[in-house]
Design a protein around this ligand. Structure first.
Ligand code: PMP
Length: 518
């Protein structure tokens, strides 16, 4: 058997993500001895893979997080070295299909956008209502730029620290750029800002496109891990902490960009005001350092009072406004990830980095979806289905899904029940030896095991770490709960049916970062 695990397998896990719209992040320990030298031989090709152009042969060559991927065809540019290999998504979706596993790996909604958003898209393409079928203005479809300006001024940043002269002078023409989702906004920004050899700071774990996009722009990713503060067993925001001194120690004369992501994928952490002010203070010492703030989950907040979403561009009276691009998109908010409407808002001199690349890249993002979202942003603020706004309704639905997943993990004994939100359990099986004997990260092996044995698929978070800090993900898994309730309930049943051995919390000792990484 390619993958072996000890007989007394026990999984002790903990739910970390109190906030993130789609993810439950768990910590596990003692998955036993995982040794696998031929781990990349067990893949089949699915329709999804075929759509992505992945063949059976490609699948066979998957080498998770291998530091030396197979050489690219000589026809491909040097820029693609190491970036043309299949990703974590290419492995786990086919594996889930093959084993008929409930896929809680990939994080996109499996339901339709709300009816009012769909109706607006119809209107956008129908000349009888609102003809938006031709090229949009390259920098941003103006109706969308105006709607965004109004939304940030009247709602999102109204109560923020941003000085009123900046807020009220926000200009739809010069302060806003749109692109094909945040993925493309970020691509344009990095291409427009990063010179070969520049360094870009990424906080680990990070959304996996960041490092690849940095490399495509000729930059060098520099990784700074969020640390685990086990004294704060409350939620993801407290559990994952940023050590500002550690971040400061990574800044060099070559540092050009810091990518921040709040609310954070994959942990669910929401950076609080102290953390954001600390980062802003640090960044303000380096006038050539630009912050790209990815805020795609800005509306998916489970406790707005306690953990509000704050844009770093606004803190300390807009201290780093001139150094920040704030990015977001419609995909998660309106459950329309396929529409790919993304934007950036910020000072004109930085917005130019995006628009200048965009005009040679796509020329303009898709018009009808931008047009529809321009009206959806207005409608979303109105009362909806008994809630004060569409956004409140959206969060209520996610809360329901989240509690199904938490219950499922708790009932299965995966979450330590005594801990309200999370716990870190010391592994009784030392993992040090394993690390030298397997080339597969431990969380990766755990994900495979869960898929093939229990029939529930999660994503191994080591996919969100740079090569030096993979071990920090050893005891974690990411479960997406942006799935319909039937799917989540079936996952619950499978987890429950498996009868994970429960482990009493009294015998569980909290681990330090060092222990987790040992
Ligand atoms: N940023 C983060 C943190 C994400 O998780 C995702 C999607 N999973 C994106 C950006 C992509 O956004 P878009 O669909 O707007 O390109």
């Amino acid at each position: 058997m390619a993958l072996r695990y000890s007989k007394n397998l026990s999984i002790i896990a903990t739910f970390l993500s109190t906030n993130l719209w789609c993810s439950a992040f768990l910590l596990s320990s003692e998955i036993g001895v995982l040794r696998n030298r031929n781990h990349n031989k067990h893949f089949s090709t699915t329709d999804e893979d075929r759509k992505e152009g992945v063949t059976e042969k490609d699948s066979d060559n998957i080498s998770p997080l291998s530091s030396s991927p197979p050489p690219s065809s000589s026809l491909l540019s040097k820029r693609l070295d190491g970036l043309d290999a299949p990703t974590v998504w290419h492995e786990f979706s086919p594996l889930a299909v093959k084993h008929k596993s409930i896929n809680l790996g990939q994080g996109f909604p499996d339901w339709d956008p709300p009816r009012f958003v769909i109706e607006e898209l119809k209107r956008s393409t129908d000349p009888e209502y609102n003809d938006a079928n031709q090229y949009a203005r390259s920098a941003a479809h103006l109706p969308l730029a105006e709607a965004l300006r109004n939304d940030y001024v009247d709602y999102q940043w109204k109560e923020s620290d941003l000085p009123t002269d900046i807020l009220h002078n926000l200009d739809a023409v010069t302060n806003i750029a749109t692109a094909t989702g945040v993925t493309n906004v970020l691509y344009c920004a990095l291409q427009g800002l990063v010179n070969p050899g520049d360094e870009v700071l990424l906080l680990e774990p990070y959304f996996d496109i960041y490092s690849s996009q940095v490399k495509l722009a000729g930059g060098t990713p520099i990784y700074c891990p969020l640390r685990s503060d086990i004294s704060k067993l409350v939620g993801a925001s407290e559990f994952f902490t940023l050590d500002l001194d550690e971040l400061a120690s990574k800044i060099t004369t070559k540092t050009k960009v810091l990518i921040l992501n709040t609310p954070h994928n994959p942990t669910g952490k929401i950076f609080n005001i102290d953390e954001l002010e600390g980062i802003a203070n640090l960044v303000s010492d380096y006038p050539n350092l630009i912050v790209l703030s990815d805020e795609v989950y800005q509306h998916l907040l489970f406790d707005k009072e306690k953990e509000p979403h704050i844009s770093i561009a606004t803190v300390n009276n807009g201290q780093i406004w001139d150094q920040t691009l704030t990015m977001s998109s419609a995909g998660k908010t309106f459950s329309c990830t396929g529409w790919k409407v993304g934007w950036a808002i910020g000072p004109a001199h930085l917005i130019k980095a995006i628009t200048a690349v965009q005009q040679w890249c796509n020329f303009s993002p898709v018009t009808p979806t931008q047009d529809a979202i321009s009206r959806a942003l207005v409608l979303a603020r109105r009362p909806y289905e008994g809630y004060d706004s569409y956004y409140d309704w959206l969060v209520a639905g996610y809360e329901q899904k989240r509690s199904i997943l938490i219950d499922a993990l708790e009932n299965a004994g995966i979450i330590t029940p005594a801990m309200p939100r999370m716990a870190v359990i010391k592994s009784e099986t030392p993992t040090k030896g394993e690390a030298t004997e397997t080339i597969m990260p431990r969380d990766w092996a755990l994900s495979r095991w869960l898929t093939t044995t229990v029939g529930v698929t999660a994503i191994p978070p080591s996919a969100f770490y740079g090569p030096d800090n993979l071990h920090l993900a050893s005891n974690t898994l990411r479960f997406a709960f942006c799935k319909n309730e039937d799917t989540l309930l079936e996952a619950s049943r499978r987890l429950e049916d498996y009868h994970f051995p429960t482990v009493s919390t009294s015998s569980a000792a909290a681990a330090t970062d060092a222990e987790l990484s040992s």
